[in-house]
Design a protein around this ligand. Structure first.
Ligand code: IPE
Ligand code: IPE
Ligand code: MG
Length: 236
């Protein structure tokens, strides 16, 4: 295998990695290109990262594609992002034993019916796939996810609510993410996976998302492998 040497450096490969795919606009600006070109290369990076994640043994990735706050952007940029999302969904959607299984995390309200139809189609088409799970966070907000969990519990008549109840009522029933990677050197969560982030490891890089590929993911995983997750215990 071409990368065997590099692979052997990896310890404790995270089961689930979240990506805050940031810096598309700056990538385009640095090349004197329209922002849309940055988003397009960003979509290519997302597909490449899914391939790399699978190869490196990660089981789940969550890709932050559009936040509940991104509606504050100009309509033309939102439209470009939505049509790129539809295109990317098509590229992920292949029925294939070893293929990617797609999940959607976010609020349906606010998304256009065409986008929702495409999401539903792709979820159904990939539901039986056994490969990497790609959880797409679209129209996603961490606070909204927590509020929606409480609303679900209230609707079920639950009076005494535990942490486990909240965890079980989030958008997905998949292992909690171990690591969040944010590109473009912004040091904030921007409403991503707030409940799940309690003891998450954070990795920031100044690489802009459109330039993020397998070597950059490897670098993040090597760093993750060196971390000691103490969960409040003493070191050692
Ligand atoms: C991330 O890139 C894409 C989305 C938030 C949808 P940006 O568009 O935020 O790029 P910058 O931060 O302006 O460089
Ligand atoms: C976070 O990036 C959202 C996504 C990557 C989808 P933003 O570029 O929207 O974040 P802020 O506004 O700089 O915090
Ligand atoms: Mg940004």
């Amino acid at each position: 295998m071409e990368n065997k040497g590099q692979f052997s450096q990896l310890q404790n490969v995270p089961v689930h990695v979240g990506f805050i795919m940031d810096g598309n606009g700056r990538w385009a600006a640095a090349k004197n290109l329209p922002r849309e070109a940055g988003h397009r290369e960003g979509a290519a990076a997302a597909r490449a990262v899914a391939e790399a994640a699978k190869k490196l043994g990660i089981k789940y990735i969550t890709l932050y594609a559009f936040s509940t706050e991104n509606w504050r952007r100009p309509p033309a940029e939102i439209a470009a992002l939505m049509s790129l999302l539809e295109e990317t969904l098509d590229k992920f959607a292949k029925e294939d034993e070893d293929g990617v299984r797609l999940l959607f995390s976010g609020r349906r309200e606010g998304l256009a019916s065409g986008v929702l139809r495409k999401i539903d189609r792709v979820l159904a088409a990939t539901a039986g796939n056994k490969g990497l799970v790609v959880n797409l966070a679209i129209n996603y907000g961490g606070r909204q996810e927590i509020a929606d969990a409480f609303a679900k519990l209230a609707a079920a008549g639950k009076k005494k609510i535990t942490e486990a109840d909240i965890s079980a009522s989030l958008y997905q029933n998949i292992p909690e993410p171990d690591l969040i990677i944010r590109t473009s050197c912004e040091m904030r969560l921007s409403n991503f996976l707030l409940w799940q982030a309690a003891y998450i490891e954070l990795y920031f890089t100044d690489v802009l998302w459109p330039d993020f590929r397998e070597p950059q993911l490897m670098q993040a995983l090597v760093e993750y492998g060196r971390r000691e997750r103490r969960y409040g215990r003493r070191a050692g």
